[in-house]
Design a protein around this ligand. Sequence first.
Ligand SMILES: Cc1cc2nc3c(=O)[nH]c(=O)nc-3n(C[C@H](O)[C@H](O)[C@H](O)COP(=O)(O)OP(=O)(O)OC[C@H]3O[C@@H](n4cnc5c(N)ncnc54)[C@H](O)[C@@H]3O)c2cc1C
Length: 520
Amino acid sequence: MALVRFYNLVLEQIGGDTDFEGRYDQHRLLHAGKVNDSLKAEAPEKSELAFRRYAKAKELFERKVPRVLSKNGIIVGFDFELRSGHLVVSQDPLLEWQLRVRSEQNWGTSAQQVGTTLAEIATYSVFYSDDETILDSVPVWPEDRKGDAKLVGGFSTLVRELTKGLNVRLNAAVSSISLEDAVAVHTVSGATYQGAAVIVTVPLGVLQQKLRFQPPLPKDWYASLQRLQMGDVAKLFIKFKGGLSPISSDTYLLSQVVSHTSRNLLYYCIREVSASMMSPSVTLTCLLSGPSFEEAMQLKQTGKEALLNRVVAELSQMYPQMQPSAVSAVQMRSFSWNPFVLGSWTSGKVGSSSQDFSIFEPRPRLAFAGEHTCRLMYGTVQAAAVSGARSAHEVLAAGVGKLAPNSWPFFRKDLYTLCDELAPGANEHCGLSCQDQWRADLVASLFQSWRGMTKKARRCWSRLGWRPLSWAGQARKPTTSNKDWKELSFAARAAATCLGFTTQSWEASGLPCMKKKPSV
Ligand SMILES: Cc1cc2nc3c(=O)[nH]c(=O)nc-3n(C[C@H](O)[C@H](O)[C@H](O)COP(=O)(O)OP(=O)(O)OC[C@H]3O[C@@H](n4cnc5c(N)ncnc54)[C@H](O)[C@@H]3O)c2cc1C
């Protein structure tokens, strides 16, 4: 926001100005399939589209999750053992849907793949937290919380301002960076650029898969790097023929109830209307991640028609009156396919720690910037901007080049430190940031889908009596799940050990979600 104001750029507000995701009264939640008893009980309106109050559903989630956690013996706010929200919420469609929406829209990947907690999902991230004490402590955020907005002309308008007067070389893909004598950056086409220092701003995926350093950085550095991950998110654009869109004009956000394994495509969509007064047309932009991303990829590979047919089928379920010919075009785009991005945005894998971000602290002649380097705000544009200012400041302050005091407003200490420090006096929110949040001594497979875990882990869980259906919460859990370590047979203990459990971790406080039947 500060950058937008400084460079006189123009923001176009979309979807209202009350909060992130626009106005609550413009949210629609549909339940297209058979309405089960649990949903019926929740549904304020028992019409054909049985459950349509998105805001109400979100509120219920926020009230229910702490209740479910405490029923399972987990103390909200203190217990960070629980990473596998779906095991607790899988018997309540509403909770499951919210968990799915929140984890995938916040981290760009399934809840099972993220080293985070259900309690945290309930309070969302620091950025979207409703905790005013946090917001008040951060100078730029309260202004940002005025609903969704777009930069008129796109983000390139900001990039143009930031690069004015700089010598930018486009189409120069870097393959390696040498720090041996002079700092040298080598490109794939064979060019070399030398300098006094280098700030590496390639995305996390490129850093993990492509860029080489000479001499290589320490092994621990790479271990931390691999514990961070980029999710996969695609945007699905659905264009309607003029006047034939079934989605009412008072809808901004459209969702339908989905489970954690559902491969439905339309579960988080924004309705936009083209600006043209002559022939306004409606586009639905849906974000796909987790199983929906995989499904869309498969459909896309099958052929363009397959994706279109699937979209029409899902819309017809949600809006039975819609004519199939109402959809004029469907297109899908993802940065995961771009070899210079390779993903959506950063999150920590199960087993990672917020300390993993310390690998991006500056080294002599080498600094890092980009959303993935910003411990407190990663995954956002503001993280990229703040980390860029931080690294430029670090490099200049280390004596490379000249740093005139106040030479650029974003070298203000309270701004360029936003990735690392909250304002003095503010309590750190145990959300995405606390040091002890993601302990490394986890049994990683505990938080993975049956298909997603290694063969060895599947074998060991099978020896403990688990099967795909019980793992998905669709069948009775095996008796070993109710036993303390000392009650386990010798063979079961061996299977648990092969999964990485110790007596302590088997008994650890997070395990009741596995050991007791979730009581929602
Ligand atoms: C679908 C989607 C929706 C999003 N929505 C939001 C949102 O609503 N709000 C929000 O704040 N954030 C959002 N984000 C996240 C946000 O876009 C990113 O966090 C941000 O753009 C990251 O900026 P960056 O500078 O770190 O990386 P990038 O913008 O990816 O810049 C990295 C640059 O490095 C270049 N590069 C890569 N490899 C090389 C190489 N070998 N040599 C030279 N150059 C290279 C790339 O071409 C690119 O220009 C969204 C992301 C996605 C995918």
